[in-house]
Structures are given as structure tokens and as C-alpha cells.
Design a protein around this ligand. Sequence first.
Ligand SMILES: [Mg+2]
Length: 480
Amino acid sequence: MPHKDDSHEETLAHVNTYSRPSELKITDMRFAQLEGAPYACIMMKLYTNQGIVGFGEVRDMASKTYALMLKGRLLGENPCNIDKLFRRIKQFGGQGRQGGGVSAVEIALWDIAGKAYGIPVYQMLGGKFRDKMRIYCDTDIEFNRERSAGENMGDALKKRLERGYTILKMDMGIGLLRDIPGALSAPLGWLDEQRVLGERSRKLYPTPWADNAAEERKKVRATKDIDQLMEIFKARNDFIYHSPKHPFTGIQITEKGLDYLENYVADVRAVIGYDVPLATDHHGTIGVDEIIRLARRLEKYNIAWLEDPISVQYPEQWRKLTSSTTIPICTGENIYLAENFEPLLNVGGITVAHPDPLTAGGILESKKIGDLAQRYGVRMALHQAATPVHAMAAAHIGVATENCWACEFHANDVPWWDDLVIHKMHKPLVDRGFIDVPDLPGLGIDDLNDEVIREHVSSWDPDIWAPTDEWNFEFCSDGF
Ligand SMILES: [Mg+2]
């Protein structure tokens, strides 16, 4: 019989690692904040005492504060105890962007554990159902005035087909009707009031996709004028927080508006044909009865799913929607934790569960959402609108979850997106509409590419991987 210590050494010899996993400790947490990857994205590094660094990511357009507030609750802990640490910090996450901190940490913990033991994340989740993850991507319009808006969108989607994508999605909110007289009915003046709030916010701080946005946003960030900054933040907050939830807007679509939207989809289908699944993303703002009227108009165009048509807070309204149309109904990108999908699944309110792993609670929680949905006969698609760190986390979840149909991709038109990470995986990462999930430790990413990160760093927060020592100690009686 070998001596106890010899046996321990023998076990470790079979672990493909340069570390001793049982003695790993979390020592630091740092960030790099990017612009246009495709949105404002926050990459995270979780450091350990043995040189292994885990990569995570805070939800796009969220705040790194959601992760920083967890730091003092993680330092000195063994990062391989993923579920234990997740349960400790779970209470500090929430719906929407608030889930971003917990999810970033959870993903980095899986990356560290995978690197420490020399195992890919998908393998730790129970192995693969498929070798490659199917990817669908969002689509912007290149406007050609000779053609209808639907034909323009059809052209843009056709280009996606030519790149090898096998599922398509397009935006189809009532924003399409905003400038068409007589297409929407709402208390007179109310839509104008909303428009003014939006225009004011965008004038003071343009959206990233606006003309000359980069230059204008840079000027704003460079200002030291506190009054000017306060005015900008107030305008943005007024715009973001002013809008009532969808059932309370009272907006109705007129028959003219319904005709316009129906023709839009008919024109798209005329360009791309009917073989390829086409999902539509609605971004809410109308009540359930209105979306039912629209859904009935769109049924004959074989819509793959209607995404985010109404507010997630009201399961009975989702049940009414699914029982009123044959189009599959999808939501979830702003839902935190599997337990918050349950009310929608319980009432038969969704046909597609659509978690974003950066809000849902990370890797294991997203798999749990897929498994939970499967019990209700519901398939999963993953929302993903961030850097390759998120894309790889989603791909590992996707191949390891039986009912995962596809993962989203928003950065098809960002030429430097792939170069954010250094790796031995397939290049480009998203190729002909698939991600090849490799047999490499953790997420499969060797390092983050500081040179590319520096070129696209947010000028709000230009110091990449800066110390965060002020967050090391926060004493709070968290238990309850
Ligand atoms: Mg969406």
C-alpha cells in the first residue's frame, strides 16, 4: 500500500495541471471595459494563487459594480467550489443587468476549474449532445430607398444566409411604425413625449450605431464639466426609467399599422424564401391583446418565434398569448435564475426559453434552465450579445444541454471581435453558422488580447485590469 501522501501525489499526477486544485485560492478580480464588442462589454479576470486566471464577463451594457461588490465575499475561497460560491453570492444578483455580476463570477469559476483539472467546461457539465453549436445572428439594415423596408431587411438577411447561417432573426418592434401616420393609436401627445425623451438622450450622448457616434461619445467622456455630465445622466435616466411596462402603455396598432408589419414580413420572406426559420424580436411596449392581433397576421409567414413581445412579470398574459396563436413564443434574456422561468413554464406561457447566461446566473444555471424547460416540452435558445468569452460559455452550455436549439451572435459585423481572445480553437470562432466546441481546458481561451482590448477600451473607464483593492473588504451580515 502506498503511503497516504504518495497516493495523493499519484492522484495529482493524473490531473493535467500546473496547480494543486485543492489548494487554489481566489486572490483578485479585475476588468476591461470595451465599446462596440458589439455593445459596451465588460471582460473580467479572476486571479488565483497558482497563476491560473479565469475569464468571465459582466452582462453587456451593465455595470462592473455588480461584480465588484462580490469580491470581498470570494477572496481566499477555492474557486473550484463553484456551486458553493454561487449559492453564497446568488442573493446579490437580480433580473436584467443586475444578474451580470454573479453570472460573470460563476463563468470565471468554471474556467478556472477546467484549467486546474485540464477539462473542458462541457465535459464537467456531463458531456456533449453535439460537437458544434448552431449560431444565429441578429441583422441590421443597409437602407436602399429604391426598395421597401421589408425588402431591405430581406437583402440583409440574405447576406447572412450566404455566410452560412441556418436560422435568422430580425427586429420587429412597433418602432417600425413610429414615423407612419395613422399606424399607432395612443393618448394624443404621449408618443411624441416619449420621442422627445429619446431624442434628447441620444442628442446628449449618441447611441453607438449613430452617425459620428464614436467622435461625439469621446467628447462627452473627455469633459470634466460636472453640470454637463449630470445633465446627460439625467436625460438618459429619464428616458430609461420613464417608459411604463408594456401593459400600461395603452398603445394599439391600427389596421394600417398591421398591414404595414404584415407586408414587411411578406417582403422579407419574398427575398429569403420559406425554408429558413425566421424569428422576430419585438422589444415589448404593447399589451398582450395587440401582440395577439399581430401574431394572427403573421402566422402564415412561418415565424420561428416571437421574442419578448410582452412583459415577463405577468405569466397569465403569456398563457393567453400562447393559447391565442400558433407561432412559438420566446422570452428570457432578462430573467435571473431557473426559479424565475418556472412561473412562465408552469402556465404554458413560452415555447422557447431564452436565457442569457450573463443574466441567468452563469453556466450551470443556464443548463438547469434548459433541463427545467425540457420537462415542460420547451426548447432552449441562448441569448448572447457580448465578447468571445460569453460566446464560448454559451457554446459549452449549448452542446451540453439536450434541448438547446441555437445560440445568438450579435458581432457578425465587428471585424476585431475574434481577436479579443488568444486561443487554439477553430478560426474564426463563429464559422458558417456554428461554433466548434474544443477539447481544451475551461472555456478554451488561453488569454485575452490586451492590444486589441486597448484599441477598443471605453474612455469612461480606460485603465484595463486596474487594481480593485478598495473592494477587498466589505463587512456585511449577509445571512438571512
Ligand atoms: Mg432579444
